[in-house]
Design a protein around this ligand. Structure first.
Ligand code: GDP
Length: 456
């Protein structure tokens, strides 16, 4: 364990809440708590076993601060791997501040952003990918993102990378022994076995690198635009999806002139929805601007939901919408399925990736719509337990390792000496160990933890 000083921070959001927690970690965590808290059972905090808690009163020089529940974690069985004490008091800004100050007057110093998790990393409790998953877990906005982050926190990516790294280490060691000690009786490297193993590792790395885009969609959400001529039911669809009246629903065409945006969860994924002005030949300048803005949004969106009124024949404005969607990732929604239908789905198949009949007047998002939305953005078969690359740092390392392995495979295939192959394997290994943090520079480690909040 790396010997450190003792740090303290407010671990809960600053505001009014039922409970607020000040966390202390380091060699003096228990003695700091001893000085602040008088336990009701008359014992000292430092006499408590790990994984136990006790009730007491916290006080500073000015007198009692609040009632607290003290939870003790003893090294190495704690989040940071050090002695950790958590003081749970009532969650008030003044109380939390005063409790933290009391800690800092009694042996601790204020923790920097991410310092608790950084200590966990330095003490070998988690690797860099697991540390990064902690941030993703905290900032997850949907169930799928949270599950994926939890699985990364549990080591899904780490284990996948370690498996490849172990394999490469084995081959690197064998190759270097064989090259460096030709007079020794070291078993010859079997070129076929090496080739197949490198190729398999390369395939895994390529697919990991490819998972970045999926991970990004899951984490950041999908920019989705609702478009259509006036009165087809765009606002009704927006309201159905958000579950509330965000857009004005009216029979008067052109009611939505500005963009109305909201974030919704659909199938556990986050969709950032924007309802646009009805696409039509505009009469006044404000409306013209609204229509221009809508078309701009359509071009930029990751997913377009184009709404049509199934109970009416296609109009000139509908055709403008269809033209604007051509070649985009667009879903045609033939709305008002509860009325007699005059539109035929076939009319849309050439301009749209998919066509669906719905009624935006329902209570819940129809299941086929959820399915279509997730499939349209490639998340239909998303497996939140699989290893995925979660950020650009990870992607760069995986891509670098893959590039080196590609060179190693090519070198083997072209019959170049094993020296060149060994160098590529070493470089690939280096990139993977940077990814997990085993060989990461201080600057990389610092930049990972700088993304954290104080108290985590
Ligand atoms: P927008 O101008 O495209 O945003 O359309 P609105 O959402 O304001 O809807 C226009 C009209 O169509 C309103 O009277 C809605 O109540 C009605 N409407 C929307 N969806 C449906 C539907 O699925 N079925 C029926 N019957 N009417 C609908």
């Amino acid at each position: 364990m790396v010997e450190m000083d003792t740090i303290a921070a407010i671990a809960t959001p600053l505001g009014t809440g039922g409970i607020g927690v000040v966390r202390i970690s380091g060699p003096k965590a228990l003695t700091t708590a001893d000085r602040i808290v008088r336990l009701a059972n008359g014992k000292r905090v430092s006499s408590l076993e790990g994984y136990t808690c006790a009730y007491g009163i916290a006080a500073d020089r000015e007198g009692p601060i609040d009632e607290v529940i003290v939870t003790v974690f003893r090294a190495p069985r704690s989040y940071t791997g050090e002695d950790v004490v958590e003081l749970s008091a009532h969650g008030g800004v003044y109380l939390m501040d005063r409790l933290l100050n009391a800690c800092c007057e009694n042996g601790a110093r204020p923790a920097l952003a991410g310092e608790f998790t950084k200590r966990a990393f330095l003490n070998g409790k988690l690797d860099l990918t697991q540390a990064e998953a902690v941030i993703d877990l905290i900032s997850a906005r949907g169930g799928q993102a949270a599950r994926a982050a939890l699985s990364a926190r549990g080591g899904a990516l780490y284990r996948c990378v370690e498996k490849i790294a172990d394999r490469l280490t084995h081959f690197a060691a064998h190759l270097s022994a064989w090259i460096d000690y030709p007079e020794e009786e070291i078993e010859a490297v079997d070129s076929r076995t090496l080739h197949d193993a490198l190729l398999e590792s390369l395939r895994t790395l390529d697919s990991l690198a490819g998972s970045y885009e999926t991970g990004r969609l899951v984490r950041d959400g999908i920019e989705t635009v609702i478009v259509g001529r006036p009165n087809v039911g765009k606002s009704s669809l927006m309201n159905l999806m958000t579950g509330m009246k965000r857009s004005i629903v009216s029979d008067i065409p052109g009611t939505t002139r500005d963009l109305v945006s909201d974030t919704v969860l659909c199938g556990g994924f986050v969709f950032h929805l924007t309802d646009t002005a009805g696409i039509r030949r505009p009469d006044d300048p404000i409306e013209r601007e609204g229509v221009a803005l809508a078309l701009e949004q359509v071009e930029r969106a990751q997913l377009v939901l184009a709404v049509f009124d199934g109970s009416e024949p296609l109009t000139e404005d509908d055709r403008r919408v269809m033209k604007a969607c051509r070649g985009l990732n667009a879903l045609a929604l033939i709305n008002k399925a509860d009325l007699a239908q005059v539109l035929n789905a076939e009319a849309f198949t050439s301009d749209f990736k998919r066509v669906l009949c719905i009624s935006a007047r329902g209570e819940d998002i129809p299941k086929p719509l959820t399915k279509a939305l997730t499939e349209m953005v490639g998340l239909g078969a998303f497996d939140s337990s699989a290893a995925i690359v979660a950020n650009t740092r990870q992607r760069a390392a995986v891509t670098e390792a893959a590039g080196e392995l590609r060179e190693a495979v090519e070198a083997l295939e072209s019959g170049v000496s094993y020296d060149a192959v060994a160098v590529c394997i070493e470089r690939a290994l280096d990139a993977l160990l940077k990814l997990t943090g085993k060989r990461a520079s201080q600057a990389v480690v610092d930049s990972v933890f700088s993304r954290f909040c104080v108290g985590k």
